[in-house]
Ligand binder design. Structure first.
Ligand SMILES: [Zn+2]
Ligand SMILES: [Zn+2]
Length: 234
């Protein structure tokens, strides 16, 4: 109720403006309906890693070839959009130009999707940034989006238990095996977790090797089920 009133007051004082075209946004969101409809949806994808299926590919029990060959440590991925066009632009503006209000619309779009599709976990864990990277950027975009999602779905956010202990080199040019090796030992637990079911949250999932390594770390700490929540899938 309080949240509702706050939203109404906020909409009156600072009417939402579409971040893509500058027209009035829909109530409570910085995006207009026509622009929202241009966002590329990820509808036909692998159940486990949300990688989009190319037309004509075999779909063995809903899994892609790489999940069948080398199953990742996470159980299911929820990725409503593809990483191109307007979605890629919204994420780039947050990540590389520090436009914080982009986190609000990205979190809202992700929460809208999760509300209908996902089970609420015991904890939401945004992918931790290495302290060196954090100092450079000044914020963690995964955490900024996770704050919005956690508030809208009323799920607890955990930013303390797990940290990134190793700054990994860029994954560009590495094959799948090398990417996993490059990420090994990147994360560590600071304290034990009591969660049975956790959701890792990231802005974009590219190869899945970061989320695989974080999921592996969480499972070793006793988490039974790990889902991945991400705005877009490359
Ligand atoms: Zn618009
Ligand atoms: Zn897959």
């Amino acid at each position: 109720m309080v949240n509702n009133w706050l939203n109404i007051i906020q909409d009156k004082l600072l009417p939402p403006t579409c971040l893509l075209c500058g027209n009035h946004g829909r109530p409570g969101r910085d995006l207009c309906l026509p622009c929202q409809e241009t966002l590329p949806r990820n509808t036909d994808c692998c159940r486990q890693c949300a990688s989009p299926f190319a037309t004509g590919t075999a779909r063995h029990s809903g899994l892609c070839g790489s999940c069948l060959a080398r199953p990742p440590a996470f159980d299911q991925t929820f990725a409503p959009y593809l990483h191109h066009g307007a979605m890629r632009h919204l994420i780039a503006m947050l990540k590389f130009h520090g436009r914080f209000h982009h986190a609000r619309i990205l979190g809202t779009l992700l929460a809208d999707y999760l509300r209908d599709t996902a089970e609420i976990p015991d904890l939401i864990i945004p992918v931790p940034l290495h302290p060196g990277r954090y100092r450079q950027r000044g914020f963690n975009q995964a955490l900024e989006i996770a704050r919005i999602v956690a508030r809208q779905l009323q799920a607890p956010l955990d930013i303390q238990s797990c940290h990134r202990q190793r700054n990994t080199r860029h994954q560009t040019g590495l094959n799948a095996r090398q990417r996993r090796a490059n990420m090994t030992g990147a994360f560590a637990m600071r304290r034990p977790l009591s969660a049975r079911h956790a959701a890792i949250l990231d802005d974009v999932m590219t190869t899945g090797s970061t989320t695989h390594e974080l999921a592996r770390t969480l499972k070793r700490a006793g988490v039974v089920r790990v889902d991945v929540w991400t705005c877009s899938r490359a």
